[in-house]
Design a protein around this ligand. Structure first.
Ligand SMILES: [Zn+2]
Length: 148
């Protein structure tokens, strides 16, 4: 036994509590745990964690990645702009939707880092993903800039 894979994560055998946990638990880990407990809002650590998760996801295209994002109920991503080296992805119904607005704050960097890890592996080239809008910042949705 040498660590876990994403496939292992689906092996769930809980008789009474089933295969889901409430969104507030995910938020608590993300925002109270990672964002507030780690130095600098968890920036470097979040990037490391997100990339590792992204690399481990069983997806082979951008479309599959976006579908998995929705299947995992992180949010509903859609491509709003695309040219040679730049893709803009908006995420509706992001996990952060409904939290109190805090000016100048964006908290969905982990999700961007997950995309970055997955896309870097899929495309076999350097990809960076930057969070440019967030519900928490008062924006109408969360948005990422993907640079190839
Ligand atoms: Zn968000």
């Amino acid at each position: 036994m040498n660590g876990f894979t994403f496939e292992d994560m689906k092996k769930i055998d809980r008789k009474e509590l089933g295969d889901t946990v409430p969104l507030e638990l995910f938020r608590t880990i993300r925002l109270i745990g990672m964002y507030q407990a780690l130095p600098l809002g968890g920036k470097g650590t979040t990037l490391t964690i997100g990339r590792k998760i992204g690399e481990s996801l069983p997806v082979d295209s951008l479309e599959e990645l976006l579908r998995l994002f929705e299947d995992l109920r992180i949010g509903k991503p859609r491509i709003i702009q695309q040219d040679n080296n730049d893709i803009r992805i908006a995420v509706d119904d992001c996990f952060c939707k409904g939290l109190p607005v805090q000016d100048e704050k964006m908290v969905c960097d982990l999700e961007g880092a997950i995309m970055e890890g997955a896309l870097t592996r899929i495309m076999n080239r350097r990809v960076t993903v930057k969070e440019v809008k967030c519900n928490i910042n008062g924006d109408e949705y969360c948005e990422y800039e993907v640079r190839l």
